[in-house]
Design a protein around this ligand. Structure first.
Ligand SMILES: [Zn+2]
Length: 448
């Protein structure tokens, strides 16, 4: 019996050890922090006591605080989407988080609203849940925790928000399941990369009390600590030593030759690019997917307008992804649709019209209106033809002058003919009208 007991005890210990192995060997939680804006893009701004603060400046400060705060938790790997004053595209930022298989991406921003100084507080934008319902749940829960913690520091809780693209543009931003895409690029691209993401709008730079709070680095540190605590609580992380990963910025890539004008429906089957550092996956981006869509290496012109095409080399172990500053701007034009010829040619025929119109009035019965329109429209063109010699600048754009240029005697001839035709047509019209009237009178008699 004791042997069986011992055996069972050993088995139990082994079982407990084995069942805990996954937890022991658990991969670190990967969090990607995205300092909003960058480069020439300063984002919003606010003025306090004569000092102008830019959003980019405050975003950079709070991001570095959060990078440090998260680094104080065990089992975490923290990355930044930019380590310098560059401006990766929203797609590149989210794609980077996707490359790193991030468990969470936090984009850090400050709000502002013109002519609404009273507007203040924190709001957090998350997934609509149209495509990644679990990501929407998780980010909503973390966001609510962050907002509650922020209220302790006097920031108003404006709530967790979602927004999707609907209306005419919706078709260009649908998720693979056909649902409406999220409105905010960071969240939409993160969704398509399977990364839970949120945008924290920490406060309003246009609000005096918000800005008074946000403009102090020590206050931003408090907010960063609260955010880190909410993230740690969600992932069950204890205080300890996290891993703050630094990455190298990539060199610019050069796009291969692409025509700079395309027609809707045109496709370029395989885009190319050279240069860049690292060995990450080569990708291409369009800044307007209503004009140009990118599907892998294929470019598709989908609508009229202009779009910038950029090459990006994805994140690898050492190098962060970077949107190339070298983009190619492509103009996409509507396909040429020839206008139906039968209606277009008669009206465009240059001078023969004067002769044909009088004969037309003779055959058709609607004469009265026809005459009144023909005669006045013809006279302005007469004055035009007499002017070219002296006023060539005003009359030159008129294409119709082509035929009558320099031959005023022929024009005089045609005007005489036209006046005669007009008088003749008017005579016929009056007689037709009189005839019809008398006819009607007779009919009335009949029906009454
Ligand atoms: Zn912003």
């Amino acid at each position: 019996m004791t042997f069986i007991r011992r055996f069972l005890l050993i088995m139990l210990v082994l079982f407990l050890l084995l069942s805990n192995l996954p937890a022991i060997a658990a991969e670190e939680v990967v969090v990607v922090l995205d300092p909003g804006h960058g480069g020439k893009d300063n984002g919003s701004f606010g003025v306090l006591n004569g000092i102008t603060y830019t959003e980019k400046q405050l975003n950079d400060i709070i991001t570095s605080h959060l990078y440090d705060s998260l680094g104080n938790y065990e089992g975490i790997k923290v990355y930044l989407t930019r380590y310098d004053d560059s401006k990766p595209s929203l797609q590149t930022r989210s794609t980077m988080a996707g490359d790193l298989k991030a468990d969470l991406m936090i984009s850090l921003h400050m709000n502002a609203l013109e002519n609404a100084a009273y507007w203040g507080g924190t709001e957090i934008l998350v997934h609509s849940g149209n495509y990644l319902p679990q990501a929407a749940k998780d980010t909503t829960s973390i966001a609510n925790d962050i907002l509650n913690r922020f209220t302790k520091h006097g920031l108003k809780n404006r709530g967790v928000k979602t927004r999707t693209i609907d209306g005419d543009d919706a078709d260009f931003y649908l998720y693979p399941n056909g649902a409406y895409g999220d409105y905010y690029g960071i969240i939409r691209y993160a969704t398509s990369m399977n990364v839970p993401a949120m945008i924290i709008e920490h406060g309003f730079m246009s609000n005096a009390s918000d800005l008074a709070f946000l403009s102090k680095s020590e206050n931003l540190k408090k907010l960063a600590d609260e955010t880190a605590a909410a993230v740690a609580s969600h992932f069950g992380l204890a205080k300890g030593n996290g891993n703050k990963v630094t990455m190298k910025t990539q060199e610019d890539l050069t796009l291969g030759d692409i025509p700079t004008t395309l027609t809707v429906g045109d496709e370029i089957p395989s885009l190319t690019a050279s240069g860049g550092s690292g060995s990450g996956q080569l990708r291409f981006e369009s800044n307007d997917c209503e004009v140009i869509k990118i599907d892998g290496n294929k470019l598709i012109a989908v609508g009229p307008g202009n779009a910038n095409i950029t090459a990006v080399r994805g994140t690898d172990g050492e190098y962060q992804a970077k949107t190339s500053d070298n983009y190619i701007r492509i103009a996409v034009k509507e396909p040429y649709v020839p206008t139906p010829t039968p209606t277009a040619t008669p009206t465009q025929a240059p001078t023969p019209t004067p002769i044909s119109t009088p004969t037309q009035t003779q055959t058709t019965a609607i004469v009265p209106t026809q005459i009144s329109t023909i005669v006045p429209t013809q006279t302005p063109s007469e004055t035009n033809t007499q002017m070219p010699a002296s006023a060539s600048i005003t009359s030159s754009p008129q294409a119709t002058n082509k035929v009558s240029d320099g031959d005023s005697s022929a024009d005089d001839f045609w005007t005489v003919i036209l006046i005669i035709a007009g008088v003749f047509a008017a005579f016929i019209a009056i007689s037709v009208v009189l005839l019809v009237k008398s006819n009607n009178k007779n009919r009335r008699k009949y029906y009454n």
